[in-house]
Design a protein around this ligand. Structure first.
Ligand SMILES: NC(=O)c1ccc[n+]([C@@H]2O[C@H](COP(=O)([O-])OP(=O)(O)OC[C@H]3O[C@@H](n4cnc5c(N)ncnc54)[C@H](OP(=O)(O)O)[C@@H]3O)[C@@H](O)[C@H]2O)c1
Length: 253
């Protein structure tokens, strides 16, 4: 087997949450190009159908499942639907997330709870459901953020707390399920990538962050998706419990 063959995901079944926009679309397209069938989950089903066409254009099968990941029953339904259609789940990409920037003294309990409910709790509900059915050799990737590792000049207590917690969740599930289930669990901490989330930033914010970057530009979603393919393929087979920053160097400046 050549080294490039180790990156193939031929006939694997990959579940991607938050596949209706932004990075989730790039993740779904990349794993399909690497050979996987893809289960696409989010709340906006019309947008999931657009992602499904990208997966099918890559010659693979797609299943769309309307899912509010903050609801444990819907997270379970997502995995049940994947099992019913494909009979297996090899990879879960916990990518669904929201970002807010609210000064701490003004943030309402429901605002804080919503971010934690989607970003952290939703990742856990999906991982629990997937962990119950995954076979040895499967893997989970949780999408954290550099905000889980450092600060970036915005008031983001809820987001930063949820993304730091995802790193702890990753470590714990990796040790719980490594020997017992043969499931690898890793996290990716993206820096700044163009998406609907980053479009909500005030004009000039992203530019102001570039002085902290060792690679002074926004990341390309394909660069992030390539890291995902490495982590979930046999090329990443000895990596578990890790958080891989793909961030143009912002966490080292
Ligand atoms: N872009 C960046 O620079 C960057 C940097 C670091 C980390 N991240 C992380 O990367 C992930 C993707 O973000 P993005 O930049 O691609 O943002 P985005 O374009 O806003 O995409 C967010 C995705 O999450 C889904 N989502 C939100 N709430 C959900 C819920 N309750 N249930 C199910 N799906 C839900 C959205 O779908 P629906 O609205 O259709 O449900 C959408 O597909 C997030 O976890 C984010 O924190 C992004």
């Amino acid at each position: 087997m050549s080294v490039l063959d180790k990156f193939r995901l031929t006939d694997r079944v990959v579940v991607v949450t938050g596949a209706s926009s932004g990075l989730g679309v790039a993740f779904a397209k990349a794993v399909a190009e690497a050979g996987a069938d893809v289960v696409l989950a989010a709340r906006r089903v019309d947008r999931l159908e657009q992602t499904a066409r990208l997966v099918e254009d890559a010659g693979r099968k797609a299943l769309t499942v309307a899912t509010d990941i903050a609801d444990p029953e819907q997270a379970q339904h997502m995995i049940d639907a994947a099992m019913e259609r494909f009979g297996r789940v090899d990879v879960l990409v916990n990518n669904a997330g929201i970002g807010t920037a609210v000064p701490a003294t003004r943030e309402k309990p429901e605002e804080f709870r919503q971010v934690v409910d989607i970003n952290l709790n939703g990742s856990y509900w999906a991982a629990q459901a997937a962990g119950r059915v995954m076979n040895p050799g499967s893997s989970i990737v949780n999408i954290s953020s550099v905000l889980g590792l450092t600060t970036a000049g915005l008031p983001q207590a809820a987001y930063a707390a949820s993304k730091a917690a995802i790193i702890g969740l990753t470590r714990d599930l990796a040790q719980q399920w490594g020997v017992r289930k043969g499931i690898r669990v890793n996290a990716i901490a993206p820096g700044f990538f163009q998406s609907e989330m980053t479009e909500t930033y005030k004009p000039g914010y992203l530019e102001s962050m570039q002085s902290r970057l060792a690679i002074p530009r926004l990341g390309d979603a394909e660069e992030l998706a390539a890291t995902l393919v490495w982590l979930v393929s046999s090329a990443g087979g000895y990596v578990t419990g890790q958080t891989i920053a793909v961030d143009g160097g912002i966490t080292i400046t």
